[in-house]
Design a binder for this molecule. Structure first.
Ligand code: CA
Length: 428
């Protein structure tokens, strides 16, 4: 018998609260599956206002209480001791998975944590910073200009990985030269003035305020989607809600006044350790736990660079080599995959409900964590599947193995990049 909780909202595209598709995903493999909404319905941060218990649940207590209750009910229902327990979640659900790894190491034998909102204040900083740089209500740079940036990114960087396939295997390696976009060299309707280029480039530089590093910025390669997402009504509500309900506890706080100073206030407060960035996860290692961490390389909401940073933070905190971390913690970067699912990349990896690419553990993160915990077979890669139009019934478009960090994919064959065996995971 296995216990398998899943939790919380994943993205602007998903319903907040209990993730029923994940419960079905677990149940289809015979897990007793549990979900929690973290103590509020997820449609608004208003539930946090002057309700520290609700905020504490969101920050992490719900994962403890929900799992304890779930395990107890499961045991009573089946009248038997539990076997292994697993966790799977994405976005805030991914952060909650790491909350368990960091603070409640006894809860789970295996954890799958996707696109986690680790360093929560850094992400809040970015959401506010983008509006501060580009404009509160709409971007001063047009969608057509952002499309031109994306095209220029692919012109300059697509083949850094060896294949011009519309996917950046290692977006960190792409440093955009903005010069070709400037109106003085490119007199088109979508060209950038010098000052526009300086402004736009700020979104891809680390956020440092008064000497304090707040968080990494975004990667290149999905600019139009990122801007559209950050200006969506839902994401636009997050910074005002965080400030009004959690940081200042003042309903009159005006988002037009936002500066990164407000984020320093948030970091100072860090309600119930919401940042979830503890690098010393030795207790989880020592109890024999395994964690599979993954992040999409085209995540329009939560930058993959934060996941890179967390891996390095753990490596440093434990003074461990990659080979030593491999014993219990493996991190995979899924190229071209958007927040939790979707995108041009091979995005079906069994990472959340509705994303099963196959029943081989190599194709399925849930089955992979089970195989690692129960058989000791650890994944060297996660194989993603791209279905035509992301529709399973239309058939497979291509498959690609996503590499274990810090390795990155390199195309070494002569085809178009969509042949699976043409790729190799190499040191960057
Ligand atoms: Ca490429």
């Amino acid at each position: 018998m296995r216990v398998y909780p899943s939790t919380t909202s994943k993205s602007a595209d998903h319903n907040p609260g209990i993730q029923y598709p994940e419960l079905a995903f677990g149940a289809q493999y015979g897990f007793a599956s549990i979900g929690t909404n973290n103590g509020h319905n997820g449609t608004s941060g208003g539930a946090f206002f002057h309700q520290p218990d609700v905020l504490e649940d969101f920050a992490g207590r719900a994962i403890l209480a929900g799992t304890q209750v779930g395990k107890s009910i499961t045991k009573q229902f089946y009248g038997a001791d539990l076997g292994r327990s697993y966790y799977l979640g994405c976005s805030t659900g991914g952060r909650q998975g790491f909350r368990a790894v960091q603070k409640y190491p006894e809860l789970f034998d295996g954890v799958v944590a996707g696109a986690p909102v680790l360093k929560q204040w850094g992400h809040a900083a970015y959401f506010g910073y983008v509006k501060q740089v580009l404009g509160l209500n709409s971007s001063s740079i047009t969608p057509a200009q952002w499309s031109a940036v994306q095209s220029e990114v692919f012109r300059q960087c697509d083949d850094l990985d060896g294949a011009k396939d519309g996917i950046l295997e290692n977006p960190d390696s792409c440093t955009l030269d903005w010069t070709p976009l400037l109106c003085k060299y490119n007199d088109t309707a979508v060209c950038f003035t010098d000052s526009q280029a300086v402004t736009a480039a700020k979104l891809f530089e680390p956020m440092i305020y008064n000497g304090t590093f707040l968080g990494p910025s975004q990667n290149h390669g999905f600019e139009p989607l990122m801007i559209a997402s950050l200006y969506s009504p839902l994401v636009s509500s997050w910074v005002p809600e965080i400030m009004r309900y959690m940081v200042y506890e003042d309903l009159s706080w005006d988002p037009a006044t936002f500066t990164l100073q407000d984020i320093l206030k948030g970091i100072e407060k860090d309600n119930f350790d919401l940042s979830t960035f503890e690098g010393n996860i030795s207790a989880f290692r020592d109890r024999g736990g395994k964690v599979l961490h993954w992040h999409g390389g085209a995540d329009q909401l939560i930058t993959m660079r934060t996941s890179n940073l967390y891996y390095e933070t753990v490596r440093s905190a434990l003074n461990a080599s990659v080979a030593e971390l491999d014993q219990f913690y493996r991190y995979f970067r899924a190229s071209g995959v958007n927040h939790c699912s979707g995108g041009p990349g091979a995005s079906f990896m069994g990472q959340i409900g509705g994303t099963v690419g196959g029943v081989d553990p190599a194709d399925n993160l849930l089955l992979s964590i089970v195989q690692w915990v129960e058989l000791g077979i650890a994944p060297e890669y996660i194989r993603g599947t791209k279905f035509i139009n992301d529709t399973r019934s239309l058939g497979v478009q291509y498959r690609r193995k996503h590499c274990k960090y810090p390795k990155t994919n390199k195309y070494t064959a002569n085809g178009d990049g969509f042949d699976e065996e043409g790729w190799q995971c190499v040191e960057p």
